[in-house]
Design a protein around this ligand. Structure first.
Ligand code: FES
Length: 107
């Protein structure tokens, strides 16, 4: 079982035993709004997560992530929720530009 804690959503915690789904899918499956402007195709960065804990559990960046890293649009502590499965416990935050106006974030 792996767990996602979303720091700036009042440390909301969700967990799953299914590592075959993307982190974005798991977040959405738990009725949490999370931006995904390109439809989870790795073509934007709106699903970006700021990773506070658990970066070691990720696989190396996907080709899509590497492209954004090369362009300076994905920092060392950021990953795309649509491009990665949940392989270990994470503590993440929603990035400032990707916050929804109808949700109250606590940062
Ligand atoms: S939703 Fe566009 S890159 Fe993930």
């Amino acid at each position: 079982m792996a767990k996602i804690v979303i720091r700036n959503l009042n440390y909301k915690s969700i967990s799953t035993e299914d590592s075959s789904q993307t982190i974005l899918h798991i977040i959405h499956s738990n009725q949490i709004d999370w931006m995904f402007a390109c439809g989870a195709k790795g073509k934007c960065t709106t699903c970006k997560m700021i990773v506070h804990k658990g970066m070691e559990s990720f696989n190396p960046p996907t080709a899509a992530e590497q492209k954004f890293k090369d362009l300076g649009k994905l920092k060392a502590n950021e990953r795309l929720a649509c491009q990665n499965n949940l392989l270990g416990d994470l503590e993440i935050s929603v990035a400032q530009p990707n916050k929804f106006p109808h949700i109250t974030y606590n940062d």
